[in-house]
Ligand binder design. Sequence first.
Ligand SMILES: [Zn+2]
Length: 181
Amino acid sequence: MQCRERLFHLRWENGYVCPDCGSKSYCKLKSRPLYQCNKCHYQTSLTAGTLFSHSKLPLTTWFLAIYLITQDKNSISALELKRKLGISYNAGWRIKHKLMQVMKEHDDNRKLSNIVQLDDSYIGGKQKGKRGRGAEGKTPFVSAISLNGEGHPIYMRLSVVSCFKKQEITDWAKKHLKEKN
Ligand SMILES: [Zn+2]
């Protein structure tokens, strides 16, 4: 799935809802990556309220950075991010710190609560040519976003899992999700 589409589903699992009036009717603006409510004309960006907001970097870069950092949490350097993502050193540094901060805040023993949106997908792996690692080279990960009452994301966690088998996901959920309260 495309990053933007993926994020859309993460944010509005049951379809778009206007953050202002609650209407479900919207249109996508062509000029900018904004969604506009057909009823009250409130505009919202897909990344508003998430760690991606105010970033000029494309979502693919963020997703790849998340993947690289969750794989190699302590040691990936800004320089490596620069090289692997094809961005500037400064951008690499900012991404790293932003993600490390988010992960630190949301890591630890805090379990996700409230409404949690879950998604699973694969990152990485070579898609073209026979020399690539193929589908088996892809890394499955689970992303979870906890939303507040207004549907705004408050916590986010991305975890690399070994597979999407039921047991693996059950273990993941036990570890990261709060029992229904
Ligand atoms: Zn509206």
